[in-house]
Design a protein around this ligand. Structure first.
Ligand SMILES: [Zn+2]
Length: 403
């Protein structure tokens, strides 16, 4: 059993972050480190002897990220930490790694690299923070217990990160590994957030501010406040102006035709007319009250075969998934229809929500528009699709509208 006093002593001497926080936070950190160690299986590899000191430092690194959280700070899903003495050959990539996050609930670390990461605290390299950031992100994607604000900020961060990756500056702040994909971008940005905060806050204030809210701690309290946003409004997808009008027109045409047909039949055979009118009225009411979006979908499906053919011509051939189609140049993707292969487990967890991504297709490029019955799920879908490379490489939208 490791005592809080022992933890305090180790952290005071060996964990630079500990010196930057106040006494109250230090005590909290020690309590959480103890709790984390008690719930975690530390598995040594290659003859390594895992000491209490090592456990304390690894646990502290994980708790550094979540110290601002009131709950869900304990990485409940990740209960195993494998520690190698130095870089190890990954069976997954057949390359030497200094750490990795395994979706089975395991964090793998090379002790040598981990220790270097925490010891040098101003080089924006910290494999511990990097892997635990991946762990937090995974818990969010897989709907494990994760702080709600963190999850919402992560969604927003992804949108900005995507913009950043597609509009690379001449003097990028982050090391090139961040460009690998959006997950790596987030993990690397986390390292910068804790180890190079002032530079980060000055150079990329939007990203910095999102992480500040995500981690609920300010690593650069003296940095100048955000001036004006540097992200400009990109191509505006005209969605709100003409589409609702079309929707309503479509509905009016639909209801009028139903009524006219009912009246017409009603003259010849009143009973049949009444039945048709009542039934259609019932469906209209049910759909409308339930969710007017469903009604639009119903309308869309009437036109689907023709529009599907159009969209197939517009879309590049690599998009083989099924699409439902909203008016001619707007693609309505229902995520349930994607082939996620072995990602079925993840997908099934998302199915409960509305999984609709509305995209706008123009000259073979896909633009998305913010339009969903559930914004949070929408963002998550989008993020997931980015990562699975199921959405085109160039995606623009109106970033400013994001929360
Ligand atoms: Zn990584």
């Amino acid at each position: 059993m490791i005592s809080e006093q022992e933890i305090y002593k180790v952290l005071l001497f060996e964990f630079p972050y500990f010196k930057k926080i106040n006494e109250e936070k230090r005590i909290l950190l020690c309590q959480r480190v103890k709790y984390f160690i008690e719930g975690t299986d530390f598995i040594p590899k290659k003859g390594l002897d895992i000491t209490n000191r090592m456990k304390i430092l690894i646990a502290a690194c994980s708790q550094q990220l979540t110290l601002g959280f009131k709950k869900h700070y304990e990485y409940a899903y990740f209960d195993k930490i494998i520690v190698y003495p130095e870089k190890y050959l990954s069976t997954h990539t057949e390359k030497y790694h200094s750490g990795e996050m395994n979706t089975a609930g395991i964090v793998v670390l090379s002790w040598e690299d981990f220790y270097k990461g925490i010891k040098i605290d101003n080089d924006a390299r910290n494999v511990g923070l990097h892997e635990f950031a991946h762990a937090l992100e995974f818990m969010d994607i897989a709907n494990k217990d994760v702080d709600e604000t963190f999850a919402a900020c992560l969604d927003k961060f992804t949108v900005f990160a995507d913009y950043y990756l597609h509009n690379k500056s001449d003097k990028p702040l982050f090391r090139s590994y961040a460009n690998t994909n959006l997950s790596e971008f987030f993990a690397v940005a986390t390292e910068y957030y804790f180890e190079s905060p002032n530079e980060f806050a000055i150079q990329e204030p939007e990203l910095f501010n999102i992480l500040k809210r995500a981690y609920k701690q300010n690593t650069a309290p003296k940095a100048p406040k955000l001036k004006k946003p540097t992200i400009e409004k990109t191509k505006d997808v005209v969605f709100g102006s003409y589409i609702p009008l079309l929707n309503y027109l479509g509905e009016i045409v639909l209801y009028t035709s139903i009524s006219v047909i009912s009246i017409f039949i009603g003259i010849m055979a009143p009973a049949v007319g009444i039945i048709i009118f009542v039934t259609s009225f019932y469906f209209v009411i049910v759909f409308f009250l339930k969710d007017s979006f469903t009604l639009h979908k119903m309308y869309v499906q009437i036109h689907q075969p023709l529009l599907k053919r159009i969209i197939k011509k517009v879309l590049p051939s690599k998009y083989k998934y099924e699409t439902d189609v909203y008016y001619s140049d707007v693609m309505y993707v229902s995520a349930q229809e994607f082939d996620f292969n072995n990602k079925r487990d993840l997908l099934s967890q998302y199915k409960e929500g509305y999984w609709y991504t509305l995209c706008h297709v123009q000259k073979g490029k896909i633009y998305y528009a913010k339009q969903s019955t559930n914004d949070l799920n929408y963002d998550r879908v989008l993020r997931f699709l980015y990562r699975e490379k199921m959405v085109g490489t160039r995606i623009d939208g109106e970033y400013k509208k994001y929360r």
